[in-house]
Design a protein around this ligand. Structure first.
Ligand SMILES: Cc1cc2nc3c(=O)[nH]c(=O)nc-3n(C[C@H](O)[C@H](O)[C@H](O)COP(=O)(O)OP(=O)(O)OC[C@H]3O[C@@H](n4cnc5c(N)ncnc54)[C@H](O)[C@@H]3O)c2cc1C
Length: 417
């Protein structure tokens, strides 16, 4: 029997990961991406051990090690630099694989290079904006225009179609026409990068403050570290309750220091000059913290959703892209077991949707960052350098529960080997 062939809509992080996973197991696919050229856009993201374990299976570990930072710890602080909770991460925490902090564009280019090398350039169709589909017992037909939407592109036929077209997915819009724009959390994020002297060991990630005013920072480039510097990704987060609609979200929108810096004027972390971090920014982008409501169904006969198109979630817990990688691997693993493609897509959804729904909802409650809220609510101001107002075992419970929920506790990873 012939192996099913697929159409992947979206050449983002998850679409390209899926293409590599399919190719590795001998399945053909074609990728249709709306932009005429994929560029190294965005700023920092985290690849947690559960996704790194899978990316290693795809033969990408060495390429990632070359460009990314192997994160050694994650710490939470108050705005005056007192420790709330700190834990080792990746190899330092005893995992078999690192946790990576990486520039989204660097990761995207690693995936793109691997796709071109392994699958060949002719499986990748740029300037193809997916517009609609038709399906019947024989397969699925996809229709595309150019990116500008001014002219029809080729029509494509395959056994199944995966919509990995991001938070503003066209496929999801067709399936859920009344859904509207993404859900805004009430928090605005200014995302920047600054090259400066390393803080801590040059491999640490931290979050300081609380849900109304927070600073997150971590270094993301090995090349900078090799020169004795840190290419630091930072996110200044401030609550701005408004009726701002998620449709205003634009990954390329410019942010201004004057919009947020004043809020951090009095911050003193001791080991990091927060003013210098902001003042020396190479770039600043502004992006609202948005997600999508969990939906009751991803798979409809021969089509399904994957990655952000299926489950865009708040970045709390740094899990978004990692969950998309897990989607792709799960789908290919089910494909290998064989059977009818519609049953495989239903099973894929059954194995992944409840899981990502729970994570999306936990992230709305700030995910593992809840420890910052717990301390803010309980602290009487009498703590010394390390907070003692909440017993450490209670904070550890939060961290452990989130790892289990998101599937990157060590026991779950050992089982998945
Ligand atoms: C330009 C850009 C910058 C980003 N920057 C960051 C960042 O700095 N930090 C962060 O945490 N996350 C960022 N993200 C989001 C992050 O990539 C996703 O949250 C996560 O990686 C999940 O990946 P995904 O492949 O599901 O979605 P994405 O990575 O968003 O990829 C979706 C892809 O689908 C394509 N597409 C959309 N509509 C169509 C269509 N109709 N037809 C064909 N193709 C289509 C898009 O052009 C894109 O390449 C960014 C996304 C984009 C597109």
């Amino acid at each position: 029997m012939q192996k099913p062939e697929g159409i992947i809509v979206g050449g983002g992080l998850v679409g390209l990961t899926l293409a590599l996973a399919l190719h590795q197991k001998g399945y053909k696919c074609r990728i249709y991406e709306t932009v005429p050229e994929l560029l190294p856009l965005g700023v920092g993201i985290n690849l947690l051990p559960h996704s790194v374990q899978n990316l290693a299976k795809l033969g990408l570990l060495d390429a990632l090690k070359k460009v990314a930072i192997e994160t050694s710890s994650l710490s939470y602080y108050t705005e005056d630099g007192k420790t709330i909770w700190s834990e080792p991460r990746g190899l330092a925490a005893g995992y078999d694989v690192p946790q990576f902090s990486i520039h989204r564009g660097d990761f995207h280019m690693i995936l793109l290079a691997a796709v071109k090398e392994r699958l060949g350039e002719d499986c990748l169709f740029m300037d193809h904006r997916f517009s609609r589909y038709e399906q019947d017992g024989d397969g699925v037909t996809a229709y595309f225009t150019n990116h500008a939407g001014t002219q029809e592109q080729q029509t494509v036929h395959a056994d199944y179609l995966v919509g990995a077209d991001g938070i503003n997915s066209r496929l999801r819009k067709i399936l859920y026409p009344d859904e509207g724009p993404p859900h805004y959390s009430g928090q605005m994020l200014w995302r920047g990068v600054t090259e400066m002297a390393p803080f801590k060991d040059g491999k640490s990630m931290f979050m300081a403050g609380h849900n109304d005013l927070k600073l997150v920072a971590y270094p993301i480039r090995a090349e900078s570290a090799a020169r004795g510097k840190s290419y630091i990704n930072w996110i200044a987060e401030r609550r701005i309750p408004s009726d701002l609609a998620g449709r205003q979200a634009d990954w390329n929108a410019e942010g201004l220091l004057s919009e947020f810096k004043f809020d951090f004027d009095s911050w003193d972390l001791g080991w990091l000059d927060v003013n210098a971090l902001f003042d020396n920014a190479i770039s600043i982008h502004k992006f609202p913290m948005i997600d999508r409501d969990p939906i009751p169904k991803w798979s409809f006969d021969r089509i399904t959703l994957m990655g952000d198109a299926a489950h865009a979630m708040y970045p709390n817990g740094s899990n978004g892209v990692s969950q998309g990688v897990l989607d792709a691997m799960e789908f290919v693993s089910l494909l290998q077991k064989g059977g009818n493609i519609t049953d495989i897509l239903t099973q894929y959804e059954g194995n992944r949707r409840p899981h990502t729904t729970r994570i999306s909802l936990a992230n709305r409650e700030t995910g593992p960052e809840k420890v910052m809220e717990m301390v803010k609510d309980a602290c009487t101001g009498d703590c010394a350098d390390t907070h003692t107002c909440i017993p450490a075992d209670k904070l550890e419970e939060v961290a452990t529960a989130y790892k289990k929920l998101a599937g990157f506790d060590k026991e779950s990873l050992k089982k998945a080997l």
